[in-house]
Design a protein around this ligand. Structure first.
Ligand SMILES: [Zn+2]
Length: 81
């Protein structure tokens, strides 16, 4: 074993990749979460508590599958130039 193996950027002890397909544009996104956090979330924990390391966009994709682009189209609505 080599020492000095600094864990960089890794709050995720048991990473699993969740594939989310946007129902609007069919874009696939892959979101990395901890397997235990995912289990907690499926058991009713709030996404923001279960996945504090994800961005709001990533959590939204996990919950609804809707990608940030489609979210903007649906709720952005700020189109004046
Ligand atoms: Zn989309």
């Amino acid at each position: 074993m080599k020492g000095r193996n600094k864990m960089n950027n890794s709050k995720i002890a048991n990473p699993i990749i969740i594939k989310c397909t946007c129902p609007m544009c069919k874009t696939d996104a892959f979101i990395c979460v901890d397997a235990f956090d995912y289990g907690d979330w499926q058991n009713g924990k709030h996404a923001q508590d279960a996945f504090p390391y994800l961005s709001a966009n990533e959590r939204e994709m996990l919950i609804s599958g809707i990608c940030p682009d489609c979210w903007d189209k649906m709720f952005g609505g700020n189109d004046d130039e």
